[in-house]
Design a protein around this ligand. Structure first.
Ligand code: ACO
Length: 377
C-alpha cells in the first residue's frame, strides 16, 4: 500500500504590531505610493518576541488543529533563516517549548523556500516509512537584522510564522508532486552579508548586516523559475493549469505573483494574496497564506493546490498538494503570545538605535584599525 503525508493541521502566529508604509517614511526616503505601486505592500508585522516563540505558538495551534499530542511528533523542521543562535539549533528550542519529547529536530535553510523544502523533505520521510508524524514550520524574524537604513530592502519585509502537521495516511493526500531547484548562477544577486564564517570582518561586523540585492535581476529570475517549475510539476503529475483550485505562492512582490500566474496560465482569482498586509515574510509567507486560505474558507475539500516559491541561493520550487476532506480544525490551542506594549515603529527604532548611528550605508565604512579589533575579539 502506498503511504502519503496528509496535511492534517495548520496554524499561524502573527505578531500584533503593525508597521505601515507611512511609518517607514518617517525614517526612510520613501513614500506609501512608491511602496504600494512597486510591491503591492501596505503594511507588515514587527515581532516583540523571538522566532522560537512565534514558531512554538504556530506549532501548538497546528497540533491542536490536527488533534495530535506533541509527544506523538517524530520530526520538527524549522524552516527559515532567522535563528536566535546557530548552536543549539532553533528546532530544538521549539521542541522543548512544545514538549515534543520524542521528536528529531532540524533547522532547514533555503531562504524564502525553506518551508516548501521542509514540506518536501518531511513528506519524503513519511512516504518512505522513516517517520509518521511531522511538524513543518516556516518562520522569519527579519526586523531584528534588517538594514533599516537601506530603503531598497527595508520596505520589503515583515515578521511572522506558521506551521503544518503532516501525518502518514494511505489516502492520496498531501504533497503529490514537487519540483525543487536552485538557480545558483544568480546566487550573488541576493546576499545578506554579516552572518557566517566568511572572514569579511574588514568591512562587515558580524551581525551588522549588509543587504546586497539586485532587485530587478531577482524579479526576472523569480518569475521565470517559479513559472517553469509550476508548469513542470503540473506536467509531471498529469494535470493542467485549469485543474488547480488555488495557488498559494511566495509573496515577495504583487507584480512577481501576477507575472507567475500569467505565465502559468492561472487567473488571479485563484491566487491567495497576503503581500498587501504582511509583506515578504520569507520562509513564513507560504504557510501563513495557506493557514489564512483555510481560515477564509478558500480551500475546499479535495482541492488541488499549487505552491511556487523562490529565495536566496537562488532556490526555487513548485509543490502540488492534494487537500483532504477536512478543512476545519479539530481543536484550538490556548497558547498565545505575551502582550506587546510597544508600537511597531518603537520596536523598529529600538533596532535602529543599535545599528550604524550615522545612517550611512555600512559597506566599506569600517576603519581598518576598528575591523582589526573586531577580528581580535
Ligand atoms: N522608496 C522610494 N524609491 C525607491 C525605494 C523606496 N523604498 N527603493 C528603491 N527606490 C528607487 C531606486 O533607487 C530607483 O531610483 P533611481 O531610478 O533614481 O535609481 C527607483 O526607485 C526605481 O528602482 P527599481 O529597482 O527600478 O524599482 P523596481 O520597479 O524594480 O522595484 C523592487 C524594486 C520592488 C525591489 C523589485 O525589483 C522587486 O520586487 N524585486 C524582487 C524582490 C526582492 O528582491 N525581494 C527580496 C527578497 S527575495 C525573495 O523573497 C524572493
Amino acid at each position: 500500500m502506498t503511504t502519503y503525508a496528509a496535511i492534517t493541521g495548520w496554524g499561524k502566529c502573527m505578531p500584533p504590531a503593525v508597521l505601515t508604509n507611512d511609518d517607514l517614511s518617517t525614517f526612510l526616503d520613501t513614500t506609501d505610493e512608491w511602496i504600494r505601486t512597486r510591491t503591492g505592500m501596505r503594511e507588515r508585522r514587527v515581532s516583540h518576541v523571538s522566532a522560537i516563540e512565534l514558531s512554538a505558538v504556530a506549532s501548538a495551534r497546528a497540533l491542536a488543529c490536527a488533534g495530535v499530542d506533541p509527544a506523538e511528533v517524530d520530526l520538527i523542521i524549522y524552516g527559515g533563516v532567522s535563528n536566535d543562535e546557530l548552536v543549539p539549533n532553533s528546532a530544538s528550542g521549539v521542541q522543548v517549548a512544545l514538549g515534543a519529547t520524542r521528536a528529531a529536530a532540524m533547522d532547514l535553510n533555503t531562504a524564502c523556500t525553506s518551508f516548501c523544502y521542509g514540506l518536501a523533505t518531511a513528506t519524503a520521510m513519511i512516504r518512505t516509512g522513516a517517520i509518521r508524524t511531522a511538524v513543518v514550520i516556516g518562520v522569519e524574524l527579519i526586523s531584528r537584522y534588517l538594514d533599516w537604513s537601506n530603503r531598497n530592502v527595508a520596505v520589503l519585509f515583515g515578521d511572522g510564522a506558521a506551521a503544518v502537521v503532516l501525518q502518514a495516511t494511505d489516502r492520496e493526500e498531501g504533497m503529490i508532486g514537487s519540483v525543487l531547484g536552485c538557480d545558483a548562477e544568480g546566487r550573488e544577486t541576493l546576499r545578506v552579508r554579516g552572518f557566517g564564517c566568511t572572514y569579511s570582518g574588514r568591512d562587515v561586523t558580524f551581525g551588522d548586516t549588509i543587504w546586497d540585492f539586485d532587485g530587478q535581476a531577482i524579479f526576472k529570475r523569480a518569475v521565470s523559475a517559479m513559472a517553469a517549475a509550476s508548469q513542470r510539476v503540473l506536467e509531471q503529475a498529469g494535470y493542467r493549469p485549469e485543474d488547480v483550485d488555488l495557488v498559494v505562492p511566495h509573496q515577495a512582490n504583487l507584480r512577481i505573483i501576477e507575472a507567475v500566474a500569467k505565465y502559468a496560465g492561472i487567473p488571479m482569482e485563484k491566487v491567495m494574496l497576503t503581500v498587501q498586509k504582511y509583506a515578504n515574510m520569507s520562509a513564513a509567507t507560504v504557510p501563513v497564506a495557506l493557514a489564512e486560505a483555510l481560515e477564509e474558507g478558500r480551500v475546499r475539500p479535495g482541492a488541488l493546490l499549487l505552491m511556487p516559491a523562490f529565495g536566496g541561493g537562488l532556490t526555487y520550487n513548485s509543490l502540488l498538494v492534494r487537500w483532504g476532506q477536512r478543512v476545519t480544525p479539530l481543536g484550538e490551542s490556548a497558547r498565545e503570545l505575551p502582550p506587546c506594549r510597544e508600537s511597531a515603529l518603537e520596536l523598529v527604532n529600538r533596532v535602529r538605535a543599535t545599528q550604524d548611528p550615522h545612517g550611512r550605508s555600512r559597506a566599506g565604512l569600517m576603519a581598518p584599525e576598528f575591523a582589526e579589533a573586531v577580528l581580535r575579539q
